[in-house]
Write a protein that binds this ligand. Structure first.
Ligand SMILES: [Zn+2]
Length: 88
């Protein structure tokens, strides 16, 4: 055997994929730079939805604007109920 010292520390210290595998464990392949998954688990170039993808938007019921609006309406209703209770 050769006595060549191998410097694998930085390689082994790189971020790992971590996707759940069929055996139940985590994928230990290195994640692609700038991504959280390896080339086999959705980290490959060109995979995944583009930024600001609207493909899954059907009605906008769960957009942050709609949620905030519902929350405001509920707060207003709560205040109105409180006021009505005080007037009794
Ligand atoms: Zn992986």
């Amino acid at each position: 055997m050769s006595d060549h010292a191998r410097n694998t520390g930085p390689m082994l210290a790189s971020p790992r994929c971590g996707a759940r595998t069929r055996s139940g464990g985590a994928c230990r392949a290195p994640a692609l730079s700038g991504r959280k998954r390896c080339r086999m688990h959705g980290g490959a170039p060109g995979s995944g939805a583009p930024k600001a993808n609207r493909n899954a938007r059907k009605h906008g019921l769960f957009t942050s604007d709609a949620i905030a609006e519902r929350r405001q309406i509920q707060a207003l209703l709560g205040e109105a109920r409180k006021l009505l209770e005080e007037m009794k």
